[in-house]
Design a protein. Structure first.
Lengths: 240, 103
C-alpha cells in the first residue's frame, strides 16, 4: 500500500515504460491493422484513404464501421453520426482520466488524449489505481499502439490486393468478428442483455423498413434509452 | 464500384478525425466543469456498445452460414477466453471452413 500520494509526472522514462508494457498487445494491433488494410482494399478504398484514417482517426471500431458505409456518394451525415455514437465511449474514458490529468496545463491535457484508445486507457487506469502517477504510461502505450496500427495498415494495404477470393479465407468476417469481440469481450454484463437485445431488434427492423444506415442510429439510441429506463440497481456503476 | 471523389473522401475522413479527437477532448472539458450524472453515464455507456450491436446484427442475419458460424465462434471465444486475436482467428477459421466443406 502506498501511503504518500506521488505527484503527477510526465517524462521520457515513463513513456518508454509505457511503450514496453504495451509491446505484447501492439503485436496484436499490427494484426488488427493488417486486417483493416486488407478489408479496406476489398471494400474499394484507395490506399491513401485507408492510410489517412489509420494515421489520424486511430480508432479501429469507427474505421471498420466506416468501411461498411464507404459507397459513393459517401453518406457523410450517417458516417458522422455513427462515428459520434462510437466515440462517446472515449468521452467517458478521458473523463475517467481527468483526476490524473488535471495537474497538467490544459494544452498538455489535450495533447495527452490524442493517442487515447481503449487498450492504453485500460492499462493506464489500472496502473493509476495501483499508485502509478507517471502519465508516460498512457502516452507510451498510445505511441506503441499507434505505430503498430499504422504499420499493420500499410502491410495489409500492400498485400491485401493480392488475395483474389477473400471469402475463401474468411477475410470478409474480420470486421464482424472484431466489432463483436469489442462488444462482448470488453466487459460482458448480464444487465446489458436487455439494452443489447433491444438495440439488435430495433436495428434489424430499421434495416428492413427505414432508409439506409438509419438502423445504426436507431439501435444505438434504443440501447441507450433502455439502459436508462432499467432499474438503477441492475446497472450500478456501469460506466467505468 | 465507382470510387468516391477525392474531396468527398477528404471531407469524410476529416469529419471522422474531428469527431474522434473531439470526443476525447470533450470528456476532459465536461469533467473540468461538471461531473457527469450517473444517468448520462449510463446512457452514453450503453449507447456506445449498442451502436456496434446495431452495425453487426443485420450482417449476421443476412449473412451466409459461414458468417453466422463465425459470429457464434468469435463471440463465444471472446466471452470465455477473453482473447481478441484468438476470437478473430476462430471466426475466420470457421467461416473459411464452412465455405470449404459446406459450400
Amino acid at each position: 500500500m502506498k501511503i504518500k500520494e506521488n505527484p503527477t509526472r510526465l517524462d521520457i522514462e515513463g513513456t518508454w515504460r509505457g511503450i514496453r508494457m504495451m509491446l505484447p498487445l501492439a503485436v496484436f494491433t499490427i494484426a488488427f491493422g493488417l486486417a483493416f488494410g486488407v478489408a479496406a482494399v476489398h471494400q474499394g478504398l484507395a490506399g491513401w484513404e485507408a492510410m489517412l484514417m489509420s494515421l489520424f482517426v486511430f480508432a479501429a471500431p469507427s474505421q471498420f464501421a466506416a468501411l461498411e458505409m464507404w459507397h459513393s456518394p459517401l453518406p457523410l451525415l450517417a458516417l458522422a453520426a455513427v462515428t459520434l455514437a462510437i466515440h462517446t465511449r472515449h468521452m467517458l474514458m478521458s473523463a475517467a482520466l481527468y483526476p490524473w490529468l488535471k495537474a497538467l496545463p490544459q494544452r498538455q491535457q489535450f495533447a495527452m488524449v490524442i493517442l487515447l484508445t481503449d487498450s492504453n486507457w485500460a492499462m493506464a487506469l489500472g496502473e493509476y489505481q495501483r499508485g502509478e502517477r507517471n502519465l508516460g504510461i498512457l502516452l507510451g502505450g498510445g505511441i506503441a499502439l499507434w505505430g503498430a496500427w499504422v504499420v499493420g495498415t500499410a502491410v495489409g494495404l500492400a498485400f491485401g490486393g493480392g488475395i483474389t477470393e477473400p471469402e475463401r479465407f474468411g477475410l470478409d468476417v474480420i470486421m464482424l468478428c472484431f466489432l463483436l469481440m469489442i462488444v462482448v469481450g470488453g466487459n460482458p454484463r448480464a444487465a446489458m442483455a436487455l439494452p443489447w437485445l433491444a438495440a439488435a431488434a430495433s436495428a434489424l427492423m430499421a434495416y428492413w423498413w427505414l432508409p439506409p444506415y438509419l438502423h445504426v442510429m436507431v439501435g444505438a439510441i434504443t440501447g441507450g434509452v433502455v439502459a436508462v429506463l432499467l432499474p438503477g440497481r441492475w446497472l450500478r456503476e456501469s460506466a467505468s | 464500384m465507382i470510387p468516391s471523389p477525392v474531396w468527398q473522401s477528404l471531407i469524410a475522413i476529416t469529419l471522422m478525425v474531428v469527431i474522434a479527437y473531439g470526443s476525447r477532448v470533450l470528456g476532459l472539458m465536461v469533467m473540468s466543469h461538471v461531473p457527469l450524472s450517473p444517468r448520462v453515464r449510463r446512457f452514453v455507456d450503453a449507447m456506445s456498445s449498442s451502436v456496434l450491436i446495431a452495425v453487426i446484427t443485420p450482417i449476421i442475419v443476412h449473412g451466409d452460414g459461414g458468417v453466422r458460424l463465425a459470429a457464434i465462434a468469435a463471440g463465444t471465444v471472446a466471452v470465455v477466453f477473453r482473447s481478441p486475436l484468438v476470437s478473430i482467428a476462430m471466426g475466420m477459421l470457421c467461416a473459411a471452413g464452412w465455405r470449404w466443406w459446406v459450400g
